[in-house]
Write a protein of this length. Structure first.
Length: 434
């Protein structure tokens, strides 16, 4: 590890849209076909129109900034009011209190998520929304926009609790759920990708927020071709980084939707984390986005700046505060708050012996070790035919990470693991290359 001044040196790259699942997505479109012969409850509507464009920031999940205007060329012909979604409202709904919501992103263009969540929503009293025309074949920018149009439409119409808003999705939809949840954690309390997974953002302050706020439940099938990625790679990586994580492998299930019983257990587990999310929001209001009053760019930047300043007052939160300042500076770079954040950062960066540098190095090391272990487990374990050709590249990446751990030499346990695993990984790479 290098003890480098990170506050300004690190520029976060735009989040890439392509991930390793693309080759397999086409096989899942059949999962979007509605089930037949199942009676839907009175509180269910198959087609609900979006009433207005989203007030939520749909650019940031696709980039590393929140510009004042939508980037040129994005969604020129898009019309929010032409979007619609399936919706469920419990008979017991009462606007005098806040309610939980499940927002579901399907793999196909027709949302059928409520078929899986119906029993849970009826029994637990949960609002549900599933965007149509937001499947795997939809342009990524439009897909994200549709999902956030639907979420904001629900937030306009109902009293929704952000601490109990859970974004879920199947296959490619589960990856979108992760992308949105990890980019905009203030809108959600949990993420539930089904037969899929995702990765935290590169920005330190967003990783910290996900660790502090989100519960992530990954559900896969025993025979799912994504099982290895979920069970051995993404899930353990999230858990080792400190995210409240649950990994469920369902016996006998392939690449399909889990049972209502499993989703009920998952929902109850998500709810068990709501208290800590409320406590976090009481201490740091910027960690939660109220469903009634949507903050504009300057309001959001000012709120995060206030939180960052407050974190600087305590040694144990100083580093996270500095990372939040960096977030303000990069995300809203044209606002006065970004200039203020930069000024503060320069003051802290001027001290070459500042204690926060040790925290920076420790965080880098934690991520290196966690990724090395997780990618090693994924690359060296069983892979479906779909991903066999990717094994050599995975093994090479795992070897490189293990070598970095050895070069760093500071984590004794990780060094011992690397000494053992490197010869085995090289042997597996040679076999895979034959």
């Amino acid at each position: 590890m290098t003890n480098r001044p990170r506050v300004f040196a690190r520029t976060v790259a735009t989040v890439p849209a392509g991930v390793l699942w693309q080759a397999a997505c086409f096989a899942l479109l059949l999962m979007a076909i509605p089930l037949q012969g199942q009676e839907l409850p009175a509180g269910y509507r198959a087609e609900v129109p979006v009433t207005a464009p989203t007030r939520l920031d749909y650019v940031f999940p696709l980039a590393n900034q929140s510009p004042a205007t939508t980037p040129a060329g994005w969604l020129k012909e898009y019309d929010s009011k032409k979007q619609n979604y399936e919706q469920f409202v419990p008979d017991s709904y009462d606007p005098k209190r806040t309610w939980p919501l499940v927002l579901f992103v399907s793999a196909g263009n027709r949302s059928t998520g409520f078929r899986a969540w119906q029993e849970v929503c009826q029994q637990q009293g949960i609002l549900f929304a599933g965007p149509h025309q937001a499947g795997n074949a939809t342009d990524m920018r439009q897909r994200v926009r549709i999902v956030l149009d639907v979420l904001d439409d629900m937030r306009r119409k109902f009293r929704i609790d952000p601490d109990r808003t859970y974004i879920s999705g199947f296959s490619g939809g589960g990856r979108i759920a992760c992308q949105l949840g990890f980019s905009l954690p203030e809108l959600f309390g949990g993420v539930v990708p089904l037969c899929a997974a995702g990765e935290l953002r590169e920005e330190s302050w967003l990783r910290h927020r996900a660790i502090d706020r989100l519960s992530v439940a990954l559900v896969t099938g025993e025979n799912d071709f994504n099982r290895g990625e979920v069970e051995r790679f993404r899930g353990p990586l999230l858990r080792d980084l400190g995210v409240r994580t649950r990994i469920d492998v369902q016996p006998g299930l392939g690449h399909g939707m889990p049972s209502a019983g499993v989703l009920t257990e998952v929902y109850q587990w998500l709810e068990a984390g709501a208290k800590s999310r409320r406590e976090l929001a009481e201490q740091y209001p910027a960690s939660r986005a109220d469903s009634k009053d949507v903050a504009g760019r300057q309001q959001a930047a000012a709120a995060l700046l206030r939180e960052a300043r407050s974190r600087l007052e305590q040694q144990d939160t100083l580093y996270s505060g500095l990372m939040q300042l960096q977030g303000v500076m990069v995300r809203w770079n044209d606002l006065p708050e970004a200039k203020q954040a930069r000024t503060i950062l320069l003051e802290y960066d001027a001290d070459p012996n500042a204690a926060w540098r040790e925290d920076d190095v420790a965080e880098q090391r934690q991520h290196l070790v966690a990724r090395a272990r997780a990618l090693d487990a994924y690359a060296s374990g069983p892979l479906p035919e779909t991903y066999q050709k990717q094994r050599p590249a995975m093994l090479k990446a795992a070897i490189a990470l293990r070598q970095q751990v050895l070069a760093d030499g500071q984590d004794d346990r990780a060094v011992r693991e690397a000494d053992v695993r490197l010869p085995a990984l090289r042997k597996e790479l040679a076999a895979a290359a034959e």
